[in-house]
Design a protein around this ligand. Structure first.
Ligand code: ADP
Ligand code: MG
Length: 347
């Protein structure tokens, strides 16, 4: 993970907005020919004429979406970019540019914003996207980050939420519930630290995968590239930011289909299973209702099954049905339970 830096404190009003933007953005690289002008003028200039563009925005608010008590600023910057790129990948598109807007209270010195931007830059370099602009302002309380991502795909390659058909297979990448459990572990350690600030650093190695999934999530660019290699185009797709059940219901509602989801097929890491036992949580419930895994959930025509069969990135977890059959979880005991939206909500 990232190293922790403790530095001096330069107040933002000493530098001015122009100096601040320059300090924060001067080391970013431009990867795309379509970026004709990035940061520095009144507006960025893009040449995106070859293919349709996809555009998506996320707004992250301190105390609602993140807690700086356990989220280092560099991780926050990285994650803020990744959650946006995940939405671009969920359209089967590849991201090319982002804008980043921030509002920060005077509690944040220059060095804090530099930490944030070092995470943003690492994400830009990892995913090869260009930072092309944004806006910077003060806030009376806390930190607010809004990122917009722009991506591109051929018109016939774009995948919407509404294309699933009855009998399509329901497929998921990676595994679920780790990010939520990572948050539970971090919350618990924060409480321990509050009670006893002199406590020795806890050994969290048994939760390493969970904490990594919470603090440094990745978006599935590899899967979008894999689809092209395997000649698979999903019929519908969504990224899992709010929990499996609510994402499945989005696909069902928009595609006007039903679905059977098989409990025994839901992929869970051994650390997830062990930590659910420790916290006395039901792992299926956590997988259905917890968020922030940023895996992809998609449907494919059955005739494409051979193309994904045996690939460790993919797990078939169910199939779509006629809308009138509804959306159901088939439990290990072979009970049929209606899926309800219980995904994570910020309200
Ligand atoms: P204006 O006053 O016209 O909005 P700004 O001084 O806010 O211009 O912005 C100058 C340049 O810096 C623009 O290219 C803008 O997109 C960019 N910019 C401003 N804030 C940020 C930021 N937080 N991150 C990246 N680029 C930024
Ligand atoms: Mg501005």
């Amino acid at each position: 993970m990232f190293e922790n830096k403790d530095q001096s404190h330069t107040s933002l009003d000493k530098i001015g907005e122009f100096g601040l933007i320059q300090l924060l953005t001067e080391h970013f690289k431009i990867y795309h020919k379509s970026t004709l002008k990035g940061v520095g003028d009144d507006a960025a200039v893009l040449d995106l004429t070859k293919e349709p563009s996809v555009v998506t925005t996320d707004l992250l608010v301190e105390g609602v979406h993140f807690d700086l008590g356990y989220m280092p600023l560099k991780h926050l910057g990285y994650k803020a970019v990744v959650v946006n790129l995940s939405d671009v990948f969920a359209m089967n598109a590849l991201p090319s540019q982002i804008t980043v807007s921030i509002a920060a209270s005077n509690r944040f010195p220059l060095e804090a914003l530099e930490e944030l931007y070092s995470g943003i830059q690492l994400a830009c370099d990892t995913y090869k996207v260009d930072l092309i602009g944004g806006d910077t302002t003060s806030s009376t309380k806390g930190l607010l980050i809004s990122i917009t991502a722009i991506g591109q795909a051929k018109k016939e390659e774009i995948v919407y939420r509404n294309g699933a058909k009855p009998n399509d297979l329901l497929v998921i990448t990676g595994d679920l519930a780790a990010a939520y459990l990572g948050l539970q572990v971090l919350e618990r350690e924060k409480q321990v630290f509050k009670v006893n600030p002199n406590a020795t650093q806890p050994d969290l190695s048994m939760y390493s995968y969970l904490i990594e999934r919470q603090l440094k999530p990745e978006a599935r660019k590899d899967v979008i590239e894999l689809f092209k290699k395997l000649h698979v185009k999903p019929t519908a797709m969504i990224d899992i930011s709010d929990g499996l059940s609510s994402e499945i219901l989005h696909l069902c509602e928009q595609s006007k289909v039903g679905c059977n989801l098989f409990e025994e097929k839901i992929p869970l890491d051994p650390q997830v299973i062990a930590t659910c036992e420790e916290f006395n949580l039901e792992s299926t419930t956590v997988a259905l209702s917890s968020g922030e895994d940023y895996e992809l959930l998609f449907t494919i025509d059955q005739k494409d099954y051979d193309k994904i069969k045996g690939n460790p990135n993919f797990t078939v977890i169910g199939h779509m049905t006629d809308a009138k059959e509804g959306a159901h979880l088939i439990t290990r005991a072979n009970q049929k339970i209606a899926i309800i939206a219980q995904g994570w909500r910020s309200f």
